[in-house]
Design a protein around this ligand. Structure first.
Ligand code: 5GP
Length: 187
């Protein structure tokens, strides 16, 4: 194990290894490269959870593309969604006529991305698609098309590869299920 060994002690188990992630991100990059041939898409990274996935994904895409960052409210220090969506940091550019790919770490209830898709549609984007690392279909509370995802996962709270619990574990190279004893003491 490496210098993140202490973080691994807080995991119930590793769910997806770094090798599996790398292979899936490469496949997704190739797919997007094909689908957007001749276009110059705008990749919108949803801070902070998607950062690690985003930086890996864009380097697997062989197209001219632009980068933008957005921050929206999420769970805070809890493991349950509040259902409240708020833009904390908006884009720096006008998206009129642009092909947008929203890059997210995980789609859970779907509330965040359903809200964002509507926001970009009202700003007259030419198209809006979602690329998420993880997808929890069993937890969906709104109807949402998720065009690209790397892994469907069961209903468990996961951390690592950008995903946090109370701002920790983002630097874990693998994705793991957080041990319930870690958040039981906060709830
Ligand atoms: P949604 O609006 O789809 O319910 O929530 C999406 C956001 O919830 C994600 O961007 C992420 O911040 C958070 N989230 C949902 N499930 C998990 C999880 O298993 N682990 C972590 N770390 N965050 C999660």
């Amino acid at each position: 194990m490496n210098n993140t060994a202490t973080l691994y002690q807080d995991l119930e188990r590793v769910l997806i290894t770094r090798e599996e992630i790398q292979a899936a991100v490469k496949r997704l990059g190739e797919q997007i490269t094909k689908d957007y041939e001749g276009k110059e898409p705008l990749f919108v990274c949803i801070l902070k959870g998607a950062v690690v996935f985003y930086t890996d994904l864009i380097r697997e895409i062989d197209l001219p593309l632009n980068l933008e960052f957005m921050s929206i409210s999420s769970y805070g220090a809890s493991t349950k969604s509040s259902g409240v969506v708020n833009i904390r940091k908006d884009l720096d550019v006008d998206v009129t006529g642009r092909d947008i790919i929203i890059v997210e770490d995980i789609v859970d209830s779907g509330m965040t991305l359903s809200f964002l898709k509507k926001v970009f549609a009202t700003r007259n984007a030419a198209s809006v698609r979602i690329a998420t690392l993880l997808n929890k279909p069993a937890r969906r509370r709104v109807e949402l098309d998720v065009e690209y995802y790397c892994f469907n996962i069961p209903d468990a709270f996961v951390v690592g590869y950008g995903l946090d619990y109370a701002e920790k574990y983002r630097n874990l190279p693998d994705i793991g299920v957080l041990h319930p004893r870690i958040y039981a003491k906060d709830e």
